[in-house]
Design a protein around this ligand. Sequence first.
Ligand code: SF4
Length: 381
Amino acid sequence: MSGPDDIVLRAEHVSVSYASRRPVRAVRDVSLELRRGEVLGIVGESGCGKSTLAYALTRLLRPPAELTGGTVTFCGKDGLRVELTSLAGEQLRQFRSTGMAMVFQSAMNALNPVTSIGQQFRDIFRAHDTGMDRGAMDARAGDLLEMVGIDRGRLRSFAHELSGGMRQRVIIAMALALDPEVVIMDEPTTALDVVVQQEILDEIDRLREALGFSIIFITHDLSLLLEVSDTLAVMYAGQVVEYAPTEQVAAAPAHPYTLGLLRSFPDMRGQRRELRGIPGSPPDLGERIVGCAFAARCGYVVEACRTASPVLQQLPGELRAGLPVAGWDAACHLHNLDLCPGGPPAELSGTATARPDRTPAVADGLVAGGATAGDSSGGLR
Ligand code: SF4
């Protein structure tokens, strides 16, 4: 278990809505903790609220998105404690990048096409009042480029002169320009081919080891997070439905949605098996959701699922699949013996292999289909 000093970022009961005639509740009561040096992976289908959550954590939400509840607290290693949800204006601007930085989705298109890379680094240093003169700015920018494996001579280049992988490295270097303690990466490798993707992941890992920052890594690609993250938060319909160390989720998923995601991509080391998708699509978050938001797609529904919303809570018992359940949370009635006296089925109880070599029956609630879970853009690496 982590002590309070290990925590660098804590989100408590964060909710975000998009204002409209029918407000869309994109993030609903999400609580997370990020430890120092940790990689926290957030995974879920497109539209599950993971990017909106990232914008809420960094206070980058723009209307019509609105933070409707919750707090986000940053705990710096120098003892600095900042309640981000209470910052505004200049204080917020100063905090950004020094405490926390973000690598945006579609980062490869985020570079300014009409100014050089060097000029864009200078803009960052000036915007955050670093006090450096031009020579110092260029020296620091060159060091940052070399840190991500790019020759410092590229400071004179424009974005169109760089490959996709180089542009992504430049964006990562820019995110690290002011030594942030937390870097939020929103789909940082999605548009890259698998070879470059692996190079970038290795680079991120090396930089994290060297510089000691923490990462929130957001993607729809669970197979990728199984490799790179220490802890996993699985999001569905704006909520976290399973939250645990990655090793534990991979060994014995407790939520039917996590199980469906795990079964939707091939196991490189196991026997060949038919891949399964998750039937249906997520609910309309502009509508009131009664009961479990996953009920319409879940093959394990019990009576309570239609009427009561499951709460994210620690799994019962002390061990599961031989692993401690402390800090292993899931939002599913199957783990509540009052509502489901028989307990969860073997594949969700930690007593059976999560990704069996046998073909799961359609009664499992998982229909034959693509390699991804509701998202056609990824899942295979
Ligand atoms: Fe399925 Fe019910 Fe669990 Fe929701 S609460 S995931 S519907 S079993």
